[in-house]
Ligand binder design. Structure first.
Ligand code: ADP
Ligand code: ZN
Ligand code: ZN
Length: 668
């Protein structure tokens, strides 16, 4: 039987499954999970076979035949297909749009040259080697307990590894991996990290520990050729450990036996465009479906995971102390900027601490989440400020590049010589970004080796890694950086962390801002004193009485999270509420709002709460106005059921407004 109809998911919006004929007499019948080349409209496209059937509703004269089936590649497993369809269903997107973009580009082209070459290369590689680890340091008691709990877990077991910064969570993961790999000669393990910058460090650790095993990495900075090889290594079961960023959650892993999500609270696990999925949430689903353990590690777990741990859905494993002998958590002190007036943005307290480090040859890290020289320039004569003409935002001064840049729409202008309204030539920068601190510090400490790491200083491929290596080699005295430097890195000689200007986040409208600020401060504080040298964290603030800072000073995540959960409960916010956000974009705000009002009224219901449309906080971006409508319910199934019905109505609405739906939004 080679005559059949193959049902194929294609990466197209709206309906994404189409029937094609397969008339060939010879050769094997196509299988579900294989890829096939078909003609679609005027182009050729590679799709995923989701069913093989005998009949179709497409009339015979309309039915096109598929061009080729990629039968040199083993089919994607039913479990993988189930994951993709769950994601499509849950995030209310067409299956093809979920399943196909995650595959290497070279698999989705009309020729098989790249695929055949990659397959040949993979066939020549040695079979998966010896899983025996080398150089495992002895664990402390709580690490051992955690590693055994993970390594010995049977069936679906979500574990929250709650360990202070520097408590040796990595070592726990590696030892748990060793146990799983030793037990099952085929076992594969998926390890996710939030940032691409963190993969090389962990990759090095894994390779050193498991020299006989094949490791694959999956992240956005691989070349297409590399991505193909690494994806195949995972798909064919050769790679025993797969390390990647959020997109790796959709990797094909036929023998997956353990999932590790490091820094599980990190917002980078949420994709913010297209399919807006949470890799962490999908990972938990995947573990549940496969009946395997999953570890979520963090020093500051997300409130969602913390809530699950408190209600017993997740098992909590705790590491209360730093792993390196004599390493203790840094002392955190607040520097009150109302009393100690800063000069060039730096209080005398912080300057004295920096001087001390320079004298002792220790490293300092200054953290500021604002790149550029100054967030805005202004004319003091007439009050003109450098607004972006296309967005509700400012043009940021980038002094070394002689440019004004909008960080939202990428508009770039030369710095004006005089004020565009009154002609005044004395335009002043207002506020401070990383570049301005770098300039000030270089003037104050001409003998110090100062390095700035932010998105601007690391534009070139490989330059971020180079910069981090310089710090690790001890060739930097003062490192200044954005969140890029806050996470994960283990800088041995770092004994001072200065937090320059965290206050703005205290008064954000976003209800998640304080959770995020707390996590960020604990993360960056955690970079200090990891190798046993006494260390401190100094926070410059105008709100020294704020309870959030008091919690940071005490390193008291428990109490802080408990209070936040109580507030969320009172205010009926996640994790006690499930939300979805309908966003609309139009050249005029009124158009977007009108669309959302129609959407609000299209499906009357008591099952969920539909709020009124409001403009987004940053209303205009790149000449487009944006508004949103929040739908919520304390019941996830109720929300899901409503969304399904609602979306089919929305799709049939005739509108020129661009809209999108996000389930479990992070920013509202
Ligand atoms: P975390 O991820 O919890 O912040 P890491 O895994 O980076 O912490 O570990 C912090 C430091 O502790 C690393 O330098 C690591 O090599 C070291 N370390 C971890 N476990 C042990 C141990 N059992 N004995 C000695 N040093 C350890
Ligand atoms: Zn002016
Ligand atoms: Zn702009």
């Amino acid at each position: 039987m080679a005559h059949c109809i193959i049902r194929i998911a294609l990466d197209t919006p709206l309906n994404s499954v189409f029937d094609y004929g397969w008339p060939h007499e010879e050769g094997a019948t196509p299988q579900v999970g294989q890829l096939a080349l078909v003609s679609f409209g005027r182009r050729e496209a590679v799709g995923l076979i989701v069913a093989v059937v005998q009949e179709t509703e497409v009339p015979p004269d309309k039915l096109k035949n598929a061009i080729a089936v990629r039968d040199q590649l083993s089919p994607l497993s039913p479990q993988w297909l189930a994951l993709a369809s769950f994601a499509a269903d849950y995030y209310q997107r067409p299956l093809g749009e979920v399943a196909l973009p995650g595959l290497p580009k070279n698999l989705r082209v009309s020729t098989t040259v790249a695929l055949d070459r990659a397959l040949k290369k993979m066939a020549k590689l040695a079979p998966p080697g010896d899983p025996a680890p080398t150089g495992m340091p002895p664990l402390n008691a709580s690490q051992q307990e955690a590693a055994d709990a993970i390594g010995g877990a049977v069936g679906f077991t979500p574990l929250l590894l709650y360990g202070v910064t520097g408590s040796g969570k990595t070592e726990v993961y590696l030892q748990a991996c060793a146990q799983v790999l030793a037990r099952d000669p085929q076992a594969q393990i998926l390890i996710l990290v939030p940032e691409i910058n963190l993969t090389p460090q962990l990759e090095g650790n894994i390779r050193a520990r498991f020299p006989g095993l094949m490791l694959a990495t999956l992240h956005s900075s691989l070349s297409e050729g590399e991505r193909m090889l690494h994806w195949l290594a995972a798909h064919q079961g050769q790679a025993r450990i797969v390390l990647g960023t959020r997109l790796a959650i959709l990797a094909s892993l036929p023998n997956l036996k353990l999932i590790v999500i490091d820094e599980e609270h990190d917002p980078s696990y949420k994709q913010q465009e297209g399919l807006r999925y949470s890799a962490r949430d999908l990972a938990v689903w995947r573990a549940h479906q496969l009946g395997i353990p999953i570890v979520l590690g963090s020093a500051t777990p997300s409130l969602e995971s913390w809530h699950h741990a408190r209600t017993g859905r997740y098992r909590k494993l705790e590491l209360r102390e730093r792993a390196v002998r004599d390493a203790v958590l840094p002392t955190v002190r607040l520097l009150d900027m109302e009393r100690d007036k800063p000069k060039d943005g730096l209080t005398s307290g912080l300057l004295a601490a920096l001087r001390g480090r320079l004298e002792r040859g220790e490293q300092s890290l200054l953290f500021l989440n604002r790149r550029g020289y100054a967030p805005v320039i202004t004319c003091e004569a007439c009050g003109w400020i450098s607004n972006c003409t296309r967005c509700t935002s400012f043009m940021v001064l980038h002094k070394p590049e002689h440019r004004l840049r909008c960080h939202h729409c990428s508009l770039e202008l030369r710095i004006p010589r005089h004020c565009p309204t009154c002609g005044n030539v004395d335009l002043q920068p207002l506020g401070r970004g990383t570049q301005r601190f770098e300039e000030g510090l270089s003037a104050m400490f001409p003998e110090a080796r100062i390095l700035r790491i932010d998105a601007d200083s690391t534009r070139k491929k490989g330059s971020a890694q180079e910069a981090f290596d310089t710090v690790h080699r001890g060739e930097v005295d003062i490192l200044i950086g954005t969140q890029m430097v806050a996470k994960g890195h283990d800088f041995k000689k770092l004994t001072l962390v200065g937090i320059l200007n965290p206050d703005t986040a205290l008064f954000s409208q976003d209800y998640r801002a304080s959770e995020r600020l707390f996590a960020q401060l604990m993360q960056v504080a955690g970079r200090a004193g990891r190798a046993g040298l006494a260390s401190e964290v100094l926070i410059q603030t105008r709100y020294a009485q704020h309870p959030l800072y008091a919690a940071v000073v005490r390193h008291d995540y428990d109490r802080f999270a408990g209070n936040l959960l109580e507030e969320r409960h009172q205010a009926a916010l996640p994790p006690y509420m499930y939300q979805a956000l309908l966003r609309a974009e139009a050249p005029e705000l009124a158009t977007a709002i009108t669309f959302l009002e129609e959407a609000r009224d299209i499906l009357p219901t008591d099952a969920v709460t539909i709020n009124d449309p409001i403009p987004m906080t940053m209303t205009r971006v790149h000449n487009v106005d944006r508004a949103q409508l929040l739908v919520e319910s304390p019941s996830r199934p109720a929300l899901q059921a409503f969304l399904k019905e609602w979306l089919s109505l929305l799709r049939s609405m005739k509108t020129r407004v661009r809209w999108s739906l996000e389930v479990d939004p992070l920013d509202i």
